[in-house]
Design a binder for this molecule. Structure first.
Ligand code: GTP
Ligand code: MG
Length: 686
């Protein structure tokens, strides 16, 4: 197998007849010489750009790292577009423009009041069960996934930031399934607990409500008349409406979806809780309650994490299982904080939340041994896996929060060691040096979070931005309003009492307005947008980039599935049952064989799939086919493959809409390959 030398990047650029152009080695698209990366697929013209800034001391490590597992195609999949970074001046200590979420409570629309009294909005992925096999296990052991969508009612006691206790009674939160049964493997309960010892949220479900919910089956086919879809119009006929094109400066604060990712126990939830507390978004009374309860459970150090981890399971085990969502404001942004689980078993949940991210904070634990664990001394650590994943989601801008600096005496040497080691890996994933901000901090000690560092040991060598300023300095996310509406459904909330349903997710393209008609895919139902809630406040419209909850009317809630897509009525998303993917195999020990069953993730969709054919192996130097129909793939190989899905999935080709054309292959509890959709081979009739 040929593995390219990283310092021979000029080979990527093939000679081309027109001297004013260069040809992409992956997709053969002809690009203007002013483009640093291919405008079609994002492949870098010259990857040596990534390595120009590496100092001599790093050079040895760079050479050692040349087989680091993410090669030319990885960079092509993760290649950044040219986003310019704007620094901003941040007025230290000013609280005026930091909105307290509590203030917004009063303006929430009825839908939100009814459905989500808790200020915490969890993206409820299927709850973790320690006594059932993980989806990945089921795939690898050849078990067929259940096609029955699980239904659950959650009645949660919740406490808002002002300390007011609220009961979500009468609220039905349908837990979507994915085509899989809930996680997870019997592996590691890090506290040694078992699911039987701790009642899961499902076990608390009121049977009567559960019964009532039966009619909300998410699996059933639409009973209402079909088809509602007109003949799809050509995308070239689409013209964005004027309200979608509202100029950027008319927006007071832009929404920034910020994923918090990193290895288990690196301090992600503590960091989020501390940040919210420092910004005045968690009251003293509430914090006192967290501290008291955490102490009683023998988990005093998790008090701040409890602001994010609010389920019994999460608190008992001291780990995050689902993605928690909170909000805060900086001077420039309204930040949607997506706190991901770090535990290996919850990578599917992490994917579902972080796939919405515009930027990310990668939290690493600086303590000796812990950083190394995240980097995967024994197998792949989640510092690496999460970095690869978020880059492949299209995230270009990254803040690396080097946490727990108090554990290493705020040592400059340790910080530099982490920066050097991790920096090499991040570059190999396709992050640009200029798009990475490194911030040493201690979440627990509130050091360098919202104000400049105060510890003299840290001050002696660090005078950069604190975390909050670094967030505010992130470049604004790109919003694609030039294409028709695409809102992939992350979560579904239904109320049988009101007969209404709401869906949550990030608008990936176009815009949506109250009163307008939308097409719900894959069912093909038409629905009317009754309400839109953006950042816990009701509003009349939302555009690409916004993370919203949409109240829909006129359709059977049972026709909604997570992984479905809300579309413009005239421009439906594709619904595919067979796909051609261009993939890059990650560090795997067992080869990928034709016939392999795996779990495929595309935006919020998660389905069982099988590898029908490996169409061609790609030469990593040129991106051209080097071998037809190989029987297997090994680590770091790139290939074009044909995959058959057990269930139809809403998808776009990567060249049409990146967010809906990225795919992740998982097997045996690991991400085995990342890729892009190059062709839809079989399209389902909707
Ligand atoms: P998962 O969500 O399960 O992946 O964990 P996490 O990354 O959210 O970590 P969490 O916030 O739950 O914290 C894990 C442990 O690290 C807790 O005991 C925290 O008290 C501790 N911790 C977090 N930040 C710091 C820090 O800055 N210094 C020290 N000493 N401990 C910290
Ligand atoms: Mg956590």
């Amino acid at each position: 197998m040929f593995i390219p030398m990283l310092d021979n990047r000029s080979d990527l650029e093939k000679p081309f007849t027109d001297p004013g152009m260069w040809q992409c080695s992956i997709c053969a698209h002809e690009n203007d010489t002013s483009n640093l990366s291919c405008e079609l697929c994002g492949v870098l013209r010259d990857l040596s750009l990534y390595f120009n800034n590496i100092s001599e001391t790093e050079a040895g490590a760079k050479r050692r790292n040349k087989y680091s597992g993410v090669s030319v195609l990885a960079r092509s999949l993760f290649a950044p577009s040219s986003t310019k970074s704007k620094a901003i001046i941040f007025s230290d200590g000013s609280q005026d423009n930091r909105n307290a979420t509590g203030n917004k409570q009063a303006t929430m629309d009825a839908l939100h009041k009814t459905y989500m009294p808790s200020k915490k909005r969890h993206i409820n992925i299927v709850p973790f069960k320690f006594d059932t096999p993980s989806p990945d296990d089921m795939v690898t052991t050849g078990l067929k996934s259940s096609r029955n969508f699980r239904k659950a009612v959650q009645i949660k006691d919740s406490v808002d930031a002002t300390g007011k206790k609220m009961m979500d009674s009468g609220i039905l939160q349908t837990e979507k399934d994915t085509s899989m049964d809930p996680c997870t493997s019997a592996e590691v309960d890090k506290l040694g607990g078992t699911s039987s010892s701790v009642p899961s949220s499902n076990q608390q479900v009121t049977p009567i409500l559960d019964h009532e919910l039966q009619h909300l089956s998410l699996e059933s086919k639409p009973k209402s008349s079909k088809p509602k879809i007109k003949k799809p119009a050509s995308i070239s006929e689409y013209k964005p409406e004027p309200w979608m094109l509202q100029s950027e400066d008319q927006e007071i604060r832009r929404q920034l979806n910020l994923a918090i990712v990193g290895h288990v126990d690196s301090g992600k939830s503590t960091l989020c809780g501390r940040l919210l507390h420092a910004l005045g978004l968690i009251s003293k009374k509430q914090m006192h309650k967290y501290e008291k309860e955490a102490k009683e459970k023998g988990k005093g150090s998790f008090a701040y994490a409890w602001a994010m981890d609010d389920s019994t399971d999460e608190r008992e085990r001291g780990i995050t299982m689902t993605v928690a969502v909170k909000y805060f404001d900086t001077e420039k942004y309204h930040v949607v904080l997506l706190d991901s689980p770090g535990h290996k078993d919850f990578v599917p949940n992490m994917i579902s939340g972080a796939t919405q991210a515009d930027a990310a904070i990668l939290v690493v634990d600086a303590s000796v041994g812990s950083f190394e664990a995240g980097m995967g001394v024994n197998g792949i650590g989640q510092t690496k896996e999460h970095s690869q994943l978020i880059r492949s989601f299209g995230v270009e801008n990254l803040i690396v929060a080097v946490n727990k600096m108090d554990m290493v005496e705020h040592s400059k040497d340790r910080f530099n060691f982490v920066k050097l080691q991790l920096g090499i890996f991040l570059r190999s994933c396709g992050f640009k040096d200029s798009s990475i901000t490194w911030v040493p901090l201690s979440a627990m000690a509130n050091e360098n979070l919202v104000t400049a560092a105060s510890d003299s040991r840290l001050l002696s060598w660090y005078n950069g931005n604190c975390l909050l300023k670094s967030i505010d300095s992130l470049p604004p996310p790109h919003r694609d309003v030039s294409r028709p509406l695409r809102l992939p459904i992350c979560d579904i909330i239904a109320s049988i009492t009101l007969g209404q349903v709401a869906v949550c997710g990030k608008v990936e393209a176009g815009g949506i307005r109250t009163g307008s008609k939308v097409l719900v895919m894959p069912s093909g139902d038409l629905a009317t947008v009754k309400t839109i809630e953006r950042d816990s406040s009701s509003c009349n419209l939302a555009r690409a980039g916004d993370n919203i909850a949409v109240g829909l009317q006129g359709l059977d809630p049972g026709h909604l599935v997570s992984g479905g897509v809300i579309c413009h009525p005239d421009f439906p998303v594709h619904v595919a049952s067979r796909l051609e993917l261009k993939i890059l195999v990650l560090e795997i020990t067992t080869p990928i064989l034709v016939g392999l069953q795996f779990e495929l993730h595309i935006h919020h969709a998660r389905v069982s799939a099988s590898l029908v054919k490996i169409l061609s192996l790609l030469d990593q130097k040129t991106g051209k086919a080097s071998k037809k129909m190989p029987r297997l793939l090994t680590a770091r190989q790139a290939a074009v493959v044909d995959v058959k899905l057990d269930k139809e999935v809403c998808v776009e080709e990567f060249s049409a809409l990146k967010a809906l054309g990225r795919a992740f292959l998982r097997s045996g509890g690991n991400t085995v390959a990342v890729g892009i959709v190059t062709r839809i081979l079989d399209e389902a009739k909707v």
